[in-house]
Design a protein around this ligand. Structure first.
Ligand code: BV8
Ligand code: ZN
Length: 258
């Protein structure tokens, strides 16, 4: 698919910007084969989110919740970053202050070589204690399906933010500050419906940023944007890099350790 044309005023804006934020959602991983949440083949469509991604669901049926996350961890293990991840991994070398804020929990930005990522909703590959919050590496159910417990006696769970849980305070504060001081704020591959994360779009707008939406579909917040690039991020982001000369390594980017 040919990339959509990138308007000259946007190229001028990006090349003169001193702070750029990329805010990403599940769509940036779609071309890596990771199902999104709300599109027809989306992850949530087979389950009701209340059944699985809430602390209540975990407390009521930890085995069921672990089965779903173990399935997704296995899926993530079979996926690779795509050209959209690799493009963003290089922008930090060309912009005075580049901030990557992601809602994604799949770890693909890290594996593409991005640094200093704000993971608003945690990371599915990490685990922690549900009671004391102590990090627990990447532990999950063992081969016999025995569920893991913390030395404090609490059940261990995936280190992601569930619905009804607050976002990690420090991560949220840094993300909020970066959105507030962005010259250009790109929202890439998100349906912009999950809060408070989606509220960052308005934070950037109110602070005077130029807003860019990269998404093949319209979203609930499309009319907030100054530029709308209707196409897949795996095509659009490398095209922006190509025009600006920000692509030096492409998928030869430093493959970060898992
Ligand atoms: C909280 C981790 C305090 C788990 C996730 C107002 C304020 C505060 C809270 C709320 C509020 N209103 C409602 C709430 C409650 C709730 C909420 O937002 N509900 C929504 C559904 C209405 N928020 C919370 O509970 C948050 N906690 O605020 O705590 C509190 C609590 C209760 C009440 C008040 C305050 C916590 C939310 C975090 C939930 N955890 N994930 C896990 O993953 O297992 S959210 C989950 O959705 C993922 O993280 C995902 O990233 C995120 C957002 O989805 P998207 O990334 O946008 O994915 P989606 O499929 O929707 O869209 C994909 C897009 O990509 C589409 O637009 C598609 O067109 C596009 N696309 C497809 N292909 C491509 C593409 N784009 C580019 N290229 C392509 N190739
Ligand atoms: Zn514990």
């Amino acid at each position: 698919m040919p990339p959509p044309s990138i308007p000259d005023p946007l190229i001028a804006r990006l090349s003169s910007a001193s702070s750029v934020v990329a805010f990403t959602g599940a769509g940036v991983s779609a071309e890596s084969g990771v199902p999104t949440f709300r599109s027809p083949d989306g992850l949530w469509n087979n389950f009701r989110v209340e059944e699985l991604a809430t602390p209540q669901a975990f407390e009521a049926n930890p085995r069921r919740v672990w089965e779903w996350y173990h399935h997704r961890r296995t899926l993530m293990g079979e996926t690779q970053p795509n050209p959209g991840h690799y493009a963003l991994a290089e922008w930090g070398e060309h912009v005075r202050k580049f901030s990557l804020i992601t809602q994604n929990v799949d770890g693909l930005h890290h594996r593409a070589g991005s640094q200093g990522i704000h993971e608003l909703h945690g990371n599915i590959l990490r685990s922690k204690c549900h009671t004391c919050g102590k990090p627990a590496g990447e532990i999950g159910p063992d081969k016999e399906g025995k569920l893991p417990y913390c030395p404090c006696g609490g059940p261990i769970r995936p280190d992601v933010v569930w619905f009804g849980e607050t976002l990690p305070a420090k991560v949220w504060e840094r993300a909020w500050n970066d959105a507030r001081s962005a010259d250009v704020f790109l929202s890439v591959g998100t349906s912009s419906v999950v809060y408070p994360a989606a509220g960052l779009i308005e934070v950037a707008k109110l602070a005077g940023a130029t807003l860019v939406e990269v998404n093949p579909e319209e979203t609930e917040q499309s009319d907030l944007f100054d530029f709308v690039l209707r196409g897949p991020s795996g095509i659009v982001l490398p095209e922006i890099s190509r025009i600006l000369g920000w692509a030096t390594r492409g998928d030869k980017a430093r493959p970060a350790p898992r």
